[in-house]
Design a protein around this ligand. Structure first.
Ligand code: BES
Ligand code: MN
Ligand code: ZN
Length: 489
């Protein structure tokens, strides 16, 4: 499917379906719209009146146009109040339009334009592609339900081809992340995840190192926490480190660390009775978004050095499994009493964060499907954000705003670390039920010395049970867009 910016006016555009956007309370027809209505013998005005269409957010009206007209279907879509218009509004509006036009072959979109045209064109592009993307790879007939849309013309956005192309590059990263999340654990393992990273490296010229188990044992004081989790798996752990370096000197050095549990059974603290074990292929959502961001960033070529780190493995049970009560030593020498084997993500991240900090980067962002508690706190659509550094937290929040992805900053309440105190080791890996996503963040903080750090708990938004905004059901590719916008600055 091709998205193009066009200088055609509303009156000359020809194709299947024309979508017209209106802000709330701004449905009087003036200028080109009045002329279009005249050409359509008043159909537009009639549709507005009959459907009582007022331009409110997420409202729409659709009608067929008879006779010899330039197009045969008309969609009206509401963008809400003019003063509330944001870049993200264009993204979700475009997604809604795309869903109303999946059976058509050509679509024209004309929206009221308030703001930076390049940002708008990029957001519309992202919204259309992401709403139409369906992962049919595991169906015997992948073409069965594929959308028919072939071309989309953006009216009023002539000259924005670079912005469209940027949006498409970001989309390619989001779709990679979605596909990695959707792929089940019998398909997507530490090995295939490392192969995916290798493909990105080869295709886009990134540096790659894969630390095998023996390499992980040798790193600093040994990655005992990560390897403790990996022990029960028959599949070898793969510690993935991809590096993007710009041509000239880098303005900054950043690290992105993604939790990469290709399956989380809970370990000997097995996930039983309604704890959603069958959904735990998504537990590498952080790593998936890390690789998705790597792909997009490698194509967009910012002046920033970025390290992408995924400590990939699965949390399984076997005679070799770590026992509840085992004591592990992380690469920085800190010891951990594993009082719950199901709090495995933080164990893998502990060593990955020590590794990231050893690269002497200016900032570290980790992203993880870390706790059910974060979903309880913030629901399915909002991720938690914790940070040791307010300016860095602000950078992420600004990027998220542009990306249309929701985060809510949560406290790094040091006092709660008391809940992780161990009699026998430096800390336990889990505390009391109350504040579970906060103690998880405090645990991770033990593995960061002084590099500005942001932790994102993405357990909710990584997966969607039903179509919602730009997402379809399944992996969402959250928060690839935020990561890319953050790195681009
Ligand atoms: N991967 C899970 C968290 C999770 C839960 C992600 C639901 C997505 C949806 C994580 O490894 C986990 O099991 N966390 C435990 C922590 C507990 C043992 C302290 C949890 O949230 O129950
Ligand atoms: Mn777990
Ligand atoms: Zn997990």
């Amino acid at each position: 499917m091709q998205i193009k910016a066009t200088d055609k006016s509303l009156l000359d555009w020809t194709g299947d379906t024309l979508a017209l956007g209106f802000c709330e309370g701004a449905t009087e027809l003036t200028g080109d719209l009045a002329q279009l209505d005249e050409k359509l013998a008043g159909t537009l005005q009639e549709l507005i009146a009959e459907e009582e269409f007022e331009g409110k957010t997420a409202t729409s009206a659709v009608t067929r146009i008879g006779g010899k007209n330039n197009f045969r279907k008309l969609i009206l879509i509401g963008l809400g109040k003019t003063e509330d218009l944001k870049v993200a509004t264009y993204r979700t509006t475009a997604a809604a339009i795309a869903r109303l036009a999946t059976k058509d072959t050509s679509l024209g979109i004309s929206l009221p334009l308030e703001g930076e045209p390049s940002a708008i064109a990029q957001a519309i592009t992202e919204g259309i592609h992401l709403a139409l993307h369906q992962d049919n790879r595991f169906k015997s007939d992948p073409e069965e339900k594929a959308p028919k849309l072939e071309t989309v013309d953006l009216l009023g956005l002539a000259g924005q081809d670079a912005a469209i192309s940027k949006g498409e590059t970001i989309v390619s990263g989001v779709i990679l992340a979605r596909e990695l999340v959707n792929a089940p654990a019998n398909e997507l393992t530490s090995i295939t995840m490392a192969e995916t990273a290798q493909q990105i490296a080869t295709e886009y010229g990134l540096e790659i190192e894969i630390l095998e188990q023996a390499d992980c044992e040798k790193f600093e004081q040994g990655m005992g926490a990560y390897l403790g989790v990996a022990k029960a798996s028959d599949i070898p752990p793969k510690f993935i480190h991809l590096t993007y370096k710009p041509q000239g000197t880098a303005k900054r050095k950043l690290a992105i660390v993604g939790k990469s549990l290709t399956f989380d059974s809970g370990g000997l603290n097995l996930k039983v009775g309604g704890s959603g074990i069958e959904t735990m292929k998504m537990d590498m959502g952080g790593g998936a978004a890390t690789l998705g961001a790597a792909k997009a960033i490698a194509k967009l070529k910012p002046d920033v050095e970025v390290h992408f780190i995924c400590a990939a493995t699965e949390n399984m049970i076997s005679g070799k499994a770590m026992h509840p009560g085992d004591i592990l030593k992380a690469a920085n020498g800190k010891t951990i009493e594993v009082n719950n084997t199901d709090a495995e993500g933080r164990l893998t991240l502990a060593d990955a964060l020590v590794f990231a900090e050893s690269l002497e980067v200016d900032a570290i962002v980790d992203l993880a499907t870390l706790t059910g508690a974060c979903i309880v706190a913030l629901g399915k659509n909002i991720a938690g954000l914790w940070s040791t550094d307010e300016p860095l937290a602000s950078e992420l929040k600004t990027a998220a705003e542009t990306a249309g992805e929701k985060f809510w900053q949560m406290p790094l309440e040091d006092k709660y670390f008391e809940g992780l105190k161990s009699q026998i080791a430096d800390m336990k890996n889990t505390g009391p039920r109350a504040g579970g996503s906060i103690t998880a963040a405090l645990f991770l903080k033990q593995f960061i010395k002084d590099t500005p750090w942001v932790h994102l708990d993405i357990a909710g938004p990584v997966w969607s049970d039903k179509p919602n905004g730009i997402n379809n059901s399944g992996g969402t590719g959250f928060p690839v867009k935020t990561l890319v916008e953050w790195v681009l600055g």
